[in-house]
Design a protein around this ligand. Structure first.
Ligand code: ADP
Length: 269
């Protein structure tokens, strides 16, 4: 059961009633569990053929290096580059599906996180990927970030998701610029990630956190619509919140909160 309550305020200013709504979420929970196990099966079944495609494409491309120059060799190389790009996109989708299923029930293992170091790692990986793919190399500005107390594996995945979205949802001819800052409020750290991308369409800033919701579709933006729902689950399991808003200068801003100290973690996470 999911309960929500709201006060009813009397015209004289005092609370004279409380409205309590009790929803039976059994069907919703069953539906989500069924989706998660389906996603898990699909991801596992895709992994083997995908690994074969990646391995043999790489091997075939390496072998072409020893073949004398010829238009057919150039055409074959061009074809292999396309297959490699498609396989990389597919790997991203499979990883999303796996993350959606594997992080569902695992217990949290919180530890002190050096956010400066983690952000440097995550940013470095995005820069390497862009260099390898020959796309505009993102730039990062990060202040001196506050340490936090949370599950490092999940927080790394959270940052990876938000930062890779910030890069992905930027027009192809624009250099992504991502700014990361943090502030401490009592026992909580708030982290803000701002990009100069294409923005979220009006009215969809909450919906983007729903499972499988995608606000942009098409060839340029492949995805599963799972990343932000995983982010939301991670943050909420730590007792925090995550929101999306427009960046006044263009682009999007995501803000999430996580515990600054162990005492701020919820009792059951
Ligand atoms: P996807 O696999 O589609 O990227 P996500 O759950 O990560 O799934 O994101 C859901 C949707 O939110 C995306 O499809 C996209 O439309 C939108 N979105 C996410 N991050 C950004 C961003 N930084 N800028 C603009 N739109 C975004």
């Amino acid at each position: 059961l999911r309960c929500t309550a709201a006060p009813v305020i009397h015209p004289d200013g005092y609370m004279h009633r409380t409205v309590v709504l009790i929803h039976d979420v059994t069907a919703e929970t069953r539906h989500r569990d069924a989706l998660a196990s389906f996603a898990g099966v699909v991801a596992h079944d895709l992994l083997n053929p995908l690994t074969t495609i990646e391995g043999w494409t790489e091997a075939a491309d390496d072998a072409l290096e020893d073949v004398p120059e010829h238009p057919c060799v150039a055409a074959a190389h061009g074809g292999l580059v396309r297959v490699k790009r498609a396989a990389a996109r597919m790997r991203g989708l499979v990883n999303d599906l796996l993350a959606y299923t594997t992080t569902r029930d695992a217990a949290l293992t919180p530890a002190v996180i050096d956010l400066n170091r983690m952000v440097t790692d995550v940013a470095g990986a995005r820069i390497d990927t862009a260099v390898a793919a020959g796309t505009p190399v993102p730039t990062f500005t990060a202040g001196d970030l506050h340490p936090m107390h949370a599950d490092p594996v999940l927080v790394r995945q959270l940052l990876d998701n938000l930062v890779s979205n910030a890069v992905k949802y930027t027009a192809a001819d624009v250099t992504p610029h991502i700014t990361i800052s943090s502030s401490r409020m009592d026992d909580t750290v708030a982290v803000t990630i701002t990009d100069n991308g294409i923005g979220i369409p009006a009215g969809q800033h909450d919906a983007v956190f729903d499972t499988f919701h995608r606000a942009h579709r098409g060839q340029a933006y492949s995805g599963t619509g799972l990343g932000l729902s995983i982010c939301k689950r991670t943050v909420e399991r730590h007792g925090g919140t995550i929101t999306a808003s427009d960046n006044p200068g263009g682009g999007t801003r995501f803000t999430f909160t996580l515990p600054a100290v162990a005492e701020a973690l919820p009792a059951v996470a």
